[in-house]
Design a protein around this ligand. Structure first.
Ligand code: ZN
Length: 81
């Protein structure tokens, strides 16, 4: 099932999702950060959303890509369930 689309940036209106922010001056980017716990092989990964164009980011550390998207898409005044 495809992930839901990112809503436009609330600050600058940017709405194009990019797969990499390197060398760009536009785009919405879902950044994943990962690593391992101490010396174990157990991995952790979390997701944030950045607007490359205006430099804002939602550093929420969501445990999944879809949850990061849902958090980015949340807007005051809109009902969420
Ligand atoms: Zn923006």
């Amino acid at each position: 099932m495809p992930s839901p689309a990112l809503k436009p940036c609330p600050f600058c209106g940017e709405d194009e999702e990019v797969s990499s922010p390197e060398g760009r001056n536009y785009g919405l980017f879902i950044r994943s950060t990962n690593g391992t716990y101490g010396n174990s092989d157990e991995r952790w990964e979390f997701f944030d959303v950045e607007c490359v164009k205006c430099g804002c980011s939602l550093s929420i550390g969501a445990p999944s890509r879809d949850e990061a998207i849902a958090a980015w898409n949340r807007r005051a005044g809109e009902e969420t369930k």
